[in-house]
Design a protein around this ligand. Structure first.
Ligand SMILES: [Mg+2]
Length: 276
């Protein structure tokens, strides 16, 4: 077996609509018993990594401290790298404490950070917009269009980012999946080279494209977003492309083609045991 670690997506790969995907717990235990390093590489941007971990532990998954990597963690590291930069943060309540030491107290900011933000009313968006017009750079935790929760499908951070991009005429720098920046941060955290790591996820546009961006092996699971019955037609097309059934797709065929497609995380363990 050539991999030393798995970068596991969370939503749609291990959990879906607030519940554990059947067999995910046993799969994690199996990976650990075989000595694989695990990192939970998720675009969840509503809470700090430890908050994501607590949620997963509450659902019965063995996720350990320091193993969750999400866009807020990448943002925190960026803020810590240069404390002179002033950040205006448009993020959710659970992130405010996490990022507070680095958030700007007022005045013109250098960067506007946008994440999942249920309080983003006109006033909050306009405040961010004015910072952008004043010269600030736009930084997005991630640019997802929608996500699934127990109550159904929900508008994701990308919609807020797109609104600000449109109004300010600026393109956001994105910290989360599928960017090279995010996956490079994951590899650096593991201290491994891309060919020592496999990415497992349900989303061709984020997980597979991200694995491709850094040259890691890409495994698509057909749960969550890529369970074809539950996704809008636009993603279906991307997903078909990912399976090599049609050419093209959002990121082009090379961007979204996984190395392997399996039904679920359980199959990843089974194939591993059988000598993938
Ligand atoms: Mg996912």
């Amino acid at each position: 077996m050539r991999w030393k670690a798995l970068l596991l997506d969370v939503d749609g790969t291990l959990v879906f609509r607030g519940k554990m995907i059947p067999g995910a717990g046993e799969a994690l235990d199996g990976f650990r018993r075989r000595g694989l390093l695990l990192r939970f590489a998720t675009n969840i941007d509503s809470r700090p990594p430890e908050g994501v971990r607590a949620q997963l532990v509450a659902l019965g998954l063995d996720v350990r401290s320091g193993e969750v990597i999400n866009p807020p963690l990448v943002a925190l590291r960026l803020m810590q790298a240069d404390p002179r930069v002033h950040w205006h943060c448009l993020v959710g309540p659970d992130l405010e404490d996490f990022l507070r030491p680095y958030a700007s107290a007022g005045g013109q900011a250098d960067r506007v950070l946008v994440g999942y933000c249920p309080r983003a009313d006109y006033r909050a968006l306009n405040e961010a917009f004015r910072q952008l017009v004043g010269g600030a750079e736009l930084v997005a935790l991630q640019k997802g269009r929608y996500f699934y929760a127990p109550d159904g499908v929900n508008l994701d951070t990308g919609a807020l980012v797109a609104a600000l991009e449109y109004a300010a005429g600026k393109q956001a720098r994105v910290l989360g999946k599928p960017t090279r920046e995010f996956f490079t941060a994951c590899l650096e955290d593991l201290g491994l080279a891309p060919d020592e790591v496999a990415v497992v996820g349900d989303d061709p546009a984020t997980d597979v494209a991200g694995a491709r961006a850094v040259g890691a092996y890409a495994i698509l699971v057909r749960t969550g977003k890529s369970a074809s019955a539950s996704i809008p037609a636009r993603d279906m097309r991307t997903d078909e492309a990912a399976r090599g059934l049609i050419p093209g797709g959002d990121g082009g065929p090379e961007a979204v083609c996984p190395d392997l497609v399996v039904e679920s995380i359980t199959d990843v363990l089974r194939l591993w045991v059988d000598g993938l």
